[in-house]
Structure formats: structure tokens, C-alpha cells
Design a protein around this ligand. Structure first.
Ligand code: ADP
Ligand code: MG
Length: 409
């Protein structure tokens, strides 16, 4: 079921009951049995602080109301059996003892990878049967992969009595296991923002995540009290160079850090001049040097914008964050070069329709953008974006509303 607006539809978030009923029904069909319980974890949207996580920088995600649900029953052996409503309906079976880097492909790698990583961290985890269903859009830059991993992380935590989900320090360890699952078993590069968001965000708050040491601070982000709404636009675009582009950006940042003699670019951002001297040192007059300067300039300026955004939230000026969002988009488009036609179009059309600020969110080269709008104008802004896409001959985008929501549980 979707909610129809004048010209665009909003993707609804399932209630906990609806999500639980779906995975329970699937479990009954697939395994003719009762699960031990149902767990769920949210997708995320990053308000600001993009491509900063792997540089030891700052980012500011919120958990979405859209969640991935898991019904799970522990087993006494090494077998993992999985069914997802989003994937071909047959049961995927994996032996936990055979999980290793390079050994698995497909979506089961994200799940078995979490169990593997928890074992690697010294916890006793055995096999399980599980079903999955989700209202987090796939591959939209809203982190359906971390929602999947995190839902399993809290499920395994409970059924195998690991005791990690009960406080933030334990949740940070669960997030670390999810990162290892995604990097080492699913083989997808990820910097840690997604998993921390799904496991450590809270309702009504944005999560200030310091990727240098993994520490977090909750920052009040009460959209409705401020008369605002956050519209998320899934462009449905996925450009083929997304993975290569991400890897190349990371490599350039690592090279720059090596040239500057620091472990991570964050060290440079924390210098008294905000990194200006270091930036000048990177400019060696070559074309590569000039690319490096622009990439590093994005990382340094973006860390500054996270601080500015958080300062505004803390002083109650939620409706003044628009310019920082706009500046973040310009930096990602011009200096980091990870935007694309579709993302730029969302931003331009949303702003023209009255958004206070708009930016691409997530890795880029497709995926989603966010627009901060006055409450009550969501539908009009969505309709304007949809119309701009139609006029440009692009496929219809999809919309959802983000409200800072609960973490995995
Ligand atoms: P994003 O995290 O931005 O949505 P990714 O490419 O990182 O995109 O992750 C998407 C992948 O995660 C899917 O291709 C699939 O392998 C896995 N995945 C996510 N959600 C589910 C689900 N509900 N069921 C099965 N696999 C899922
Ligand atoms: Mg992902």
C-alpha cells in the first residue's frame, strides 16, 4: 500500500506488527515451525558528513522508520537456512563452519558474515533458520545491507546470549562485526557509518559519529517541533562506476594522507588552520595533484560542515541548516565528483520548490538525495521533483519521509 500525493507516492514504513506478521508468516511456510522471536533494524540516511567515515571524520546519520525484519530460530548445529521475501523464494543453506572470505556470494554472505564475525570476535554462535522481509529500498543508498546485518546481529545477540545489545559499547561491537561481514564476507567496501547508524541511532536524535574512535553523541533532531520534514528521494539511478568510483576516492584519500605523513585525513582537519597548509602542500602543479587537492578539500570542508550543522541543532536552529546541506552537495558534486545528473536534478528541483536545503546522501553515483522542507510542503516538493524527472526523460523517482527512529532491536 502506498500513499498517493498529487503526483508522487510516499513509500510507507511498516509498523512493527506488520513487519513481524510478515516474517512470522514466511517462517511458518518455509520452516513449518515457530521462530524464537522477531527482530528488526532500520535503514539510515546521513544528514551531512559524506565520504568522511573512512577518513576518520565525522558524520551525522539518523535511523529511518523503514526497517528490515527477521524471524529467527537458533539451531544446535552449524547449518544456516535463510529465506528472504526480497530474493528468489527458495531456501539458501550455508554451513557456518565453511564461511570464510571469498567463500560465499549473494545476499546470504551478509547474514552468514555476521555470525562468522561474531565467532571471530570470540563469541559462541551456532546455526539458525531465519526469514527476512523489508520495507527498506534495496540499493538506494539507504543502507538495506546494514539493516539486514544489524537485524541479524541483535537476533544472534539474544538467542545466543551474547549480551551486547543492551548498551552502546556492546552495540559498537555488534556494528564492528557487521562491518567485517560486509567487507570481508560480502566483499563490499563500507566505512562503518551504515552499521553504526542502524545499531546506535535513537528516535528523535541524530547520531554524531566520530569515526576516528567510534565514539558517538546523540544530538536532538526534532523535525516536527521545528515544523519541518525530511523528504528522501530515491533517484533509482545506479551508475555502473559506483563501486570503482568509491574505491578510487578512498585510494586518493589514503595517498594524500601518506603524502602528508598522517594516518588519516582527520588529523589534518584538526590542525589549527583547518588543514589549509596541508592542502597547499598537496598542490604540486600536476593534474593528479590538483585532483588530490579537490578530494581532500571536500573531506576537510565536510568535517567542518558537520560541526556547523551540529552547532545549529544544539542551539535549536534546525531551520537554519539548509545552507550547510547545499554547500555539502556542491562540494560532493564539484570537488569530490560523486554526484550525477539525477542527484543534481533532485537538489535543484527541490530547492526551486521551496526546500530549505538539499543534498545527495550516501556514496553517490546514483542512490538517494534528501531535502529539508517545511511541514505540509512534502507533497508539493515531491511532485515538483517527479515533474522535473519526467521533463528530463528520466524514470520516476521514489519518495519516503525520514523521521529519526529507533535502532535495531
Ligand atoms: P544499500 O545498502 O544501499 O541498500 P547495498 O548494495 O549495499 O545497497 O546492499 C544491497 C544488498 O544487500 C542486496 O543486493 C542484498 O544482497 C542485500 N540485502 C539487503 N536487504 C536485503 C533483504 N531484505 N533480503 C535479502 N538481501 C538483502
Ligand atoms: Mg549498503
Amino acid at each position: 500500500m502506498t500513499t498517493t500525493t498529487s503526483a508522487a507516492t510516499l513509500r510507507p514504513a511498516w509498523s512493527r506488527d506488520e513487519g513481524a506478521a510478515r516474517v512470522r508468516a514466511l517462517f511458518a511456510t518455509a520452516f513449518t515451525d515457530e521462530p524464537d522471536g522477531v527482530w528488526s533494524a532500520p535503514g539510515r540516511v546521513n544528514l551531512i558528513g559524506e565520504h568522511t567515515d573512512y577518513n576518520g571524520g565525522l558524520c551525522l546519520p539518523i535511523a529511518l522508520p523503514h526497517r528490515t525484519f527477521v524471524a529467527l530460530r537458533a539451531r544446535d548445529d552449524e547449518t544456516i537456512r535463510l529465506v528472504s521475501a526480497q530474493e528468489a523464494s527458495s531456501v539458501v543453506a550455508v554451513s557456518l563452519s565453511s564461511v570464510a572470505p571469498g567463500a560465499l556470494s549473494g545476499w546470504a554472505a551478509y547474514v552468514a558474515g555476521v555470525a562468522w564475525a561474531l565467532r571471530q570476535a570470540g563469541f559462541v554462535v551456532r546455526g539458525f533458520d531465519a526469514t527476512v522481509d523489508s520495507c527498506v529500498p534495496y540499493g538506494a543508498g539507504l543502507s538495506s545491507s546494514a539493516a539486514l546485518e544489524s537485524a541479524f546481529a541483535v537476533a544472534l545477540d539474544e538467542v545466543f546470549g551474547l549480551g551486547l545489545a543492551s548498551d552502546d559499547a556492546g552495540r559498537a561491537r555488534l556494528a564492528a562485526a557487521c562491518v567485517r561481514a560486509e567487507n570481508e564476507i560480502a566483499g563490499a567496501p563500507t566505512g562503518g557509518l551504515d552499521q553504526a547508524s542502524s545499531l546506535r541511532c535513537h528516535a528523535g536524535q541524530a547520531l554524531l559519529l566520530d569515526c576516528l574512535d567510534g565514539s558517538v553523541e546523540q544530538v536532538p533532531f526534532d523535525l516536527s517541533a521545528a515544523g519541518l520534514a525530511l523528504l528522501v528521494v530515491d533517484t533509482k539511478a545506479e551508475h555502473s562506476h559506483a563501486t570503482g568510483g568509491y574505491g578510487a576516492r578512498r585510494a586518493t584519500c589514503e595517498e594524500a594522507a601518506t603524502l602528508l605523513g598522517v594516518p588519516l585525513l582527520r588529523s589534518v582537519a584538526d590542525e589549527p588552520d583547518g588543514g589549509a597548509t596541508a592542502l597547499a602542500r598537496l598542490d604540486d602543479g600536476t593534474p593528479e595533484g590538483s585532483v588530490r587537492v579537490r578530494r581532500v578539500r571536500h573531506v576537510l570542508s565536510e568535517i567542518g560542515r558537520v560541526r556547523e550543522f551540529v552547532g545549529l541543532l544544539r542551539s535549536g536552529a534546525v531551520d537554519e541548516v539548509g545552507p550547510a546541506m547545499d554547500a555539502s552537495h556542491a562540494s560532493l558534486r564539484d570537488d569530490y565528483e560523486v554526484s550525477c545528473v539525477e542527484l543534481d536534478l533532485v537538489v535543484t528541483a527541490a530547492r526551486a520548490a521551496g526546500a530549505l536545503g538539499a543534498r545527495m546522501t550516501g556514496g553517490g553515483f546514483g542512490g538517494s538525495a534528501i531535502a529539508l522542507v517545511r511541514a505540509g510542503t512534502e507533497s508539493a516538493v515531491a511532485a515538483a521533483v517527479a515533474a522535473a524527472f519526467a521533463e528530463s526523460g528520466l524514470g520516476a523517482p521514489e519518495f519516503l519521509l525520514a523521521l529519526p527512529s529507533d535502532p535495531a532491536a
